[in-house]
Design a protein around this ligand. Structure first.
Ligand SMILES: [Zn+2]
Length: 340
């Protein structure tokens, strides 16, 4: 195992803030890690728990970190450290007042073996009001050496009184590079990464959960159905109904279509750029690109990009899909009629 903070991808700002506060002995008593799902909030909470309880921490130097290998670090990573307690909703619904009372009673006891008791409440916004009020009391009367980490995707859903007692640490959606690193670390191939990246929405959990084989089949289906429908207006309207059935469906379809059109353009631009495409996408792009000149490809890309812009300002999904498909058809007809 390597260094816990050092392993976290794509959250440099949040991690640096925590590393500095920890190494400088300036940690707050309660933090709220807020940001979109799958961005690494819980991983970072565990890294911080390892840091404060590590038996051989590296606190000097530019990148202070827990060792990741001592007994304490290993037990925290395995979820078996008695002083690092994860509080999650029971039966996947809410964090109950009983759970918080238990937390309050145990926060008063001395830590078993670590230096600091760490409570990770995830998701903290799933505390019902009585539970939240009980938790607030615990925050107001700090007991022993406890560190509270509230994890949430909805910071404003927490009670204002709780928010004001926590230091907020913001997490951003993961960028493509960070996601790529995480996926590769989990043994995904470059082709697999290329297939799931456009659909992950900066969410590592979602990216890891996507079934690559199924996902590729779905992408191929959307591409084939869409291009197949450009030949006739009734087919085109039917396809608009399918991909424009709601906002989320159209957003997902647009990601796929834009990715495919980019591949087409790359294929058209020249040999050297083709190396950028994974082999299976190169094959598919090559087949489809055979009859489509670059000018038409760019018009198609513009129609799709425009649809995405319109959707972002709440255009009606089905109408947006129709308009895009008609423009794609126009671009294709020009290609048949005009010079290639
Ligand atoms: Zn350690």
């Amino acid at each position: 195992m390597t260094m816990p903070f050092g392993e976290i991808c794509g959250q440099d700002r949040a991690v640096l803030l925590l590393r500095r506060a920890w190494a400088g002995g300036r940690l707050a008593q309660a933090y709220c890690f807020a940001g979109p799902p799958g961005a690494g909030k819980r991983t970072t909470a565990l890294a911080l728990a390892q840091a404060v309880n590590c038996l051989a921490p590296a606190t000097a130097g530019p990148a202070p970190d827990a060792c990741g290998t001592c007994r304490s670090c290993r037990r925290i990573a395995a979820g078996q450290h008695p002083d690092v307690i994860l509080v999650t909703p029971q039966e996947k619904t809410v964090i109950t007042i009983e759970q918080v009372r238990d937390l309050a009673a145990r926060a008063n006891l001395r830590a078993y073996e670590g230096n600091v008791k760490v409570w990770i409440l995830d998701p903290a916004d799933q505390m019902q009001e009585p539970a939240a009020n009980a938790f607030l009391k615990t925050l107001e009367e700090p007991a022993g050496r406890s560190l509270f980490i509230l994890v949430t995707t909805a910071f404003t859903a927490l009670l204002a009184t709780i928010r004001s007692r926590c230091q907020e640490v913001r997490f951003d959606p993961l960028g493509d590079e960070a996601l790529r690193t995480i996926l590769m670390r989990h043994g995904r191939s470059a082709e697999d990464v290329a297939a799931v990246l456009p659909l992950a929405g900066g969410n590592a959990e979602r990216a890891l959960g996507l079934d690559v084989v199924e996902e590729r089949a779905r992408q191929e289906r959307v591409v084939a159905e869409t291009w197949g429908a450009l030949g006739s207006v009734p087919a085109l309207l039917e396809q608009a109904e399918r991909i424009g059935k709601d906002r989320a469906t159209l957003e997902a379809a647009l990601e796929i279509l834009l990715g495919f059109t980019r591949d087409l353009a790359v294929f058209r631009v020249g040999e050297s750029s083709r190396r950028l495409l994974p082999t299976d996408r190169l094959a598919a792009g090559g087949r489809a690109a055979a009859g489509i000149p670059l000018s038409a490809t760019l018009k198609i890309h513009e129609a799709q990009a425009e649809a995405r812009r319109r959707l972002a300002v709440n255009a009606q999904p089905r109408f947006t899909a129709e308009r895009m498909l008609l423009k794609m058809r126009e671009a294709m007809e020009e290609k048949v009629g005009g010079p290639a």
